[in-house]
Design a protein around this ligand. Structure first.
Ligand SMILES: *Cc1c(COP(=O)(O)O)cnc(C)c1O
Length: 398
């Protein structure tokens, strides 16, 4: 091949994306994560788009735990878990997570993306079927691609369609229903009660990726299954340590003893990738401790969400998100308007995310915000004023 041909090919594709208005601009932060952040422009902004729901990404207890772990355990193990890569801190975090989530055991991955990548293929084969929600996270979609089981997809949150798929999968040896706990564009809660009832009727296992729910939903913060009253009926939980439960990185699978034991022997990203860095394990352990007892942080988080949601609604915005989750999303529809809105808000010192095609279907653009327990009331009130100002200028509200 002529050198440069391939690069030119990629450049053309990037240019085509840009001309379609698909711009993936990364803001470089000059500060730690927080209720406000410092951008590389030197500008401070109120940050409304991190998954830092409980504010643990820069929490003093977590940082202290991380520093101590660095001294004690070093940078890492230079090994995968089963060779010589398991330290006590890994086992501690696994049992703490399992206890918090109400499961027998848990295993750690470098990310939830890896956890979902290593789950399905290890557990199921050609004779089996996975029935998955059509809006599941990319990591579950990719995980299923690696799995030989038949994959049936049901329309997002649609129990009738799920039942149809379960009928169709009746002859399979095992059936597994796979759904995200929360669909994150609009913070919509999956209908887990109905999912679990159908699972019982059709003798299926249930797997929930609760990346956006664990730590913040349900009376004890155990997540979406607890919120929906089906914590005992969900067989497999996957999730991230990069959102409410810490904010560094890492993921997990939790389930009964046999499932976890089997995955330790057969899940490829677990077997063939280095163990989570001990610093991160320690930070996550501190975060899970805080999340487990932190009724107050959760109360503040949900109060902030209610304040912000009600503020936007009473200003006349079209709020599309549910009332149960601290994701607060505005329906904007027009892609260009959504982008202009995000740009205007940033000028006003408020950092939000515009979702447009291809992240959401054409004509369904959104502005998504995410609340945190560490947002101060004044910060949210300032942000609401900025929303009103920008919204009026763009004709979104009267
Ligand atoms: C964020 C997210 C992931 C990815 O988590 P990582 O640990 O960052 O890989 C997976 N699934 C869902 C539903 C998520 O929201």
């Amino acid at each position: 091949m002529i050198p440069g041909t391939f690069s030119a090919h990629l450049e053309n594709r990037i240019a085509a994306m840009q001309s379609e208005g698909i711009v993936n601009r990364e803001h470089v932060l000059q500060s730690a994560q927080g209720s406000q952040i410092l951008l590389s422009s030197g500008k401070r902004a109120i940050n409304l788009c991190a998954n830092n729901y409980l504010g643990l990404a820069n929490h003093p207890d977590a940082i202290r735990a991380g520093k101590e772990a660095l001294e004690k355990w070093g940078a890492g193990v230079a090994s995968v878990r089963f060779i010589c890569g398991t330290q006590e801190i890994h086992k501690q975090l696994e049992s703490r997570l399992a206890a918090f989530l109400g499961k027998d055991d848990a295993l750690l991955y470098s990310s939830c993306f890896d956890a979902n990548g290593g789950l399905f293929e290890a557990l199921l084969g050609e004779e089996d079927a996975v029935i998955s929600d059509a809006r599941n996270h990319a990591s579950s979609v990719d995980g299923l691609r690696l799995c030989k089981a038949k994959n049936l997809r049901y329309a997002n949150g649609d129990l009738k369609d799920l039942e149809k798929c379960l009928e169709e999968a009746k002859s399979a040896r095992f059936r597994l229903i796979s759904t995200d706990g929360i669909f994150s564009v609009d913070g919509i809660v999956a209908p887990l009660k109905g999912v679990c009832e159908l699972a019982e009727k059709y003798d299926a296992l249930v797997m929930v990726d609760d990346s956006h729910g664990a730590g913040i939903l349900g009376p004890n913060g155990r997540g979406t299954p607890e919120l929906c009253g089906v914590a005992d009926r969900v067989d497999i939980l996957t999730g991230t340590l990069g959102k409410a439960l810490g904010g560094a990185s890492g993921g997990y699978i939790a389930g009964n003893k046999q499932i976890v034991e089997w995955l330790r022997r057969r899940s490829r990203p677990y077997l063939y990738s280095n163990a989570v860095a001990p610093v991160i394990a320690a930070i996550s352990l501190a975060a899970v401790e805080i999340a487990a007892k932190s009724v107050e942080l959760r109360a503040r988080l949900h109060a902030n969400a209610a304040l912000f949601r009600n503020g936007l609604k009473s200003a006349g915005f079209d709020v599309s998100s549910s009332e149960q989750h601290p994701i607060v999303t505005l329906r904007i529809e027009n892609d260009t308007v959504a982008k202009s809105m995000a740009d205007r808000l940033l000028e006003e010192g408020v950092y939000v995310m515009a979702f447009s095609h291809p992240v959401v279907p054409k004509g369904q653009a959104r502005i998504r915000t995410q609340m945190s327990a560490i947002h101060q009331r004044e910060e949210l009130e300032t942000a609401l004023l900025a929303f009103q100002k920008a919204g009026r200028e763009l004709g979104l509200i009267p």
